[in-house]
Write a protein that binds this ligand. Sequence first.
Ligand code: SF4
Ligand code: SF4
Length: 97
Amino acid sequence: MKEKRDDSRFVAVIAPEQCKGCGKCVLACPRKILKMGASINSYGFRYAVCIEGSCAGCGSCFYSCPEPGAITIYLEDGRPDPDAPAKEKERCQKKRK
Ligand code: SF4
Ligand code: SF4
């Protein structure tokens, strides 16, 4: 029997200084838990923030972001999620069918 995935284990963290404020991650998030914040980073960009809600750990935000290092998906214990790339691939393949 397949084990039920516990989504509460994931958290998406956006590094304010790496964000260029394009908003792609906000559009990509299926859970709608990302939004453009009101604060501005030292480069003059309004950066994205994670709002209250459950992160699926799907990796869509990570793959939509043009800035390497702006978004990291962590497991609850603070480790980066090693399965995020595989999950995103699976999601894209399902979408194509
Ligand atoms: S990993 Fe998925 S659910 Fe979590 S913030 Fe990113 S796009 Fe949203
Ligand atoms: S996709 Fe990346 S650069 Fe664009 S708003 Fe989100 S975190 Fe910032």
